[in-house]
Design a protein around this ligand. Structure first.
Ligand code: SF4
Ligand code: SF4
Length: 496
């Protein structure tokens, strides 16, 4: 516990900071009414900057910082209360220790990919087809979909390839049916894929919530196009990014990946399947029309070079297995499949460890907290970014998907002109890599975020940056992409 004040008793109170348990979320700084807190330049043992009292004379001891701190890592106290407490002989209160972070999920040892699904070789293919090949290489053997531009080519290829690999594709009557058919196949033992775009993604949202609460793994592809509604079916957008995170109902955490090339459609698709098995959750694969239809070189290695995470199937005796039981060391339950002789009950109702409905506040609290913690506590493990020129960058362009390719060319041009620009590309957007952004803040003066929507992920960027730097949004309604000159112009303006 550090006492952030001097002995001269400046201000009306003081703050105490448990630097060791602070996770650098900046809530205390953002909510301090007198702006007397800032982040220290030091890191704690967890790698986070922690708050320090930079203007002690302004601190009133109001304890709003303590009220908003999610980890009980800070609190404020008025001098008169401190004096009264000391007069009574009471020691300085110590914030309770934070709950220990969840241990890593019991990781299934990866195995080599099944050669039947791996089209080893050099190819010239578009992102949609590469995504399909990634799914097959990851072991996906069941897909259900309803055709919708610009995602249709993924399932068209799956339908053509799956008879040779061994598996099933069903064209369902709509996206509602597709998104529930895949979950039945998972409980039958398959790895599954569902694919859609635009309005189809909205229709799938109800069942994505079901997959969350039943802990049904699987990958859900959204090849984003211009919206809302039918919008621009053949032209790009990135306006479903918040829907991927918040589109279903209830409280939950989600994982979402964003490729920016056909090669990454293959590579990240395998990663998406692996993450869905590790965390037993639906994983969103957020492509866009340009990446989906862009044709480039795709290298598919041999099956023994590809690591695939198998499902964490239980080996417990039949009488002992509980399908939703976890331990304090591992918040991800073991799975089984229908027909193996284990008793399973899978319901969207709030359920206990047996899977039986238990509709009361205590079970709800326990279940929802675990569903969120199994991902949230591992947000740092999930960070996947590409950094260019960030060591000395004062202007940082943050981007993802097709926009990242344009942003990178603008940053390259800015560097050639001698401007201190850098680029951070997000390959995993959810959970948002807030701490990675904050690490850049002591040096970065301006963050610029171009995206093919009217300002979605920039909200997360602003939350991460807080008041430490300026954030410039570059919205675009979709239908085309940003001009690199426009991003370069924004960098030049930021530098001047
Ligand atoms: S006690 Fe109040 S004034 Fe002092 S740092 Fe906390 S929020 Fe700010
Ligand atoms: S609110 Fe966040 S930054 Fe402030 S002390 Fe708590 S954990 Fe640390």
């Amino acid at each position: 516990m550090s006492d952030s004040t001097s002995d001269q008793r400046p201000g009306k109170g003081r703050v105490f900071v448990r630097t060791d348990i602070c996770k650098g979320c900046s809530f205390c700084i953002d909510f301090c009414p007198t702006d007397c807190l800032t982040f220290s330049n030091e890191f704690n043992a967890k790698g986070y900057h922690f708050p320090v009292l930079s203007a002690p004379e302004a601190c009133t001891g109001c304890d709003l910082c303590g009220l908003y701190c999610p980890d009980f890592a800070i609190y404020g106290e008025r001098w008169k209360d401190i004096d009264a407490r000391q007069a009574r002989g009471k020691p300085q209160p110590v914030p309770p220790p934070a709950a220990p972070p969840a241990a890593k999920p019991g990781r299934q040892a990866p195995v080599s990919a099944d050669p039947k699904g791996v089209l080893t070789g050099l190819h010239f293919m578009d992102g949609d087809h590469a995504a399909c090949e990634g799914a097959l290489a990851a072991g996906c053997r069941f897909a259900a979909g309803y055709p919708i531009t610009p995602s249709t080519e993924i399932v068209e290829r799956f339908a053509a390839r799956i008879p040779m690999v061994g598996g099933v594709f069903i064209q369902m009557e709509d996206e509602l049916a597709s998104s529930i058919a895949v979950q039945g196949a998972v409980w039958g033992g398959k790895k599954t894929l569902s694919v859609t775009s635009g309005p189809g993604f909205s229709l799938m949202m109800e069942h994505i919530g079901l997959a969350v609460i039943t802990e049904t793994p699987g990958v859900w592809v959204d090849v984003q196009r211009g919206g809302p509604s039918t919008g621009l079916p053949t032209l790009p957008g990135q306006a479903d990014m918040m829907q991927a995170r918040w589109g279903s109902h209830g409280d939950y955490e989600i994982i979402a990946l964003v490729p920016n090339s056909p090669q990454e459609c293959f590579d990240l698709m395998i990663k998406a399947f692996n993450l869905s098995e590790i965390y037993r959750c639906p994983v969103m694969f957020m492509m866009d029309e340009v990446v989906g239809h862009m044709v480039e070189r795709v290298e598919i290695p041999s099956a023994d070079k590809l690591e695939v995470v198998p499902r964490k199937l239980t080996t417990k005796p039949k009488g002992e297995y509980l399908p939703f039981a976890t331990t304090s060391e591992d918040l991800v339950p073991e799975m089984t499949k229908a027909g193996e002789g284990y008793r399973i009950h899978v319901t969207g109702l709030t359920h206990d460890e047996r899977g039986y409905p238990a509709m009361n506040a205590a079970t709800q609290d326990k279940l929802v907290r675990r569903l969120m913690r199994k991902i949230r506590d591992h947000a740092e493990d999930l960070v996947d970014v590409q950094a260019d020129f960030l060591d000395d960058a004062e202007i940082v362009v943050v981007s993802y998907g097709i926009t990242s390719r344009i942003a990178k060319s603008a940053v390259d041009e800015a560097r050639q002109r001698g401007l201190p620009a850098g680029h951070l590309r997000l390959r995993v957007v959810w959970p948002f890599p807030a701490n990675r952004i904050r690490e850049l803040c002591p040096r970065a003066k301006v963050f610029i975020m171009p995206e093919l929507n009217m300002g979605q992920m920039v909200i997360e960027l602003e939350r991460a940056v807080g008041r430490q730097a300026k954030v410039v949004s570059m919205p675009h309604a979709g239908g085309s992409v940003h001009e690199p000159e426009a991003i370069l112009k924004t960098i030049i303006e930021a530098a001047s």
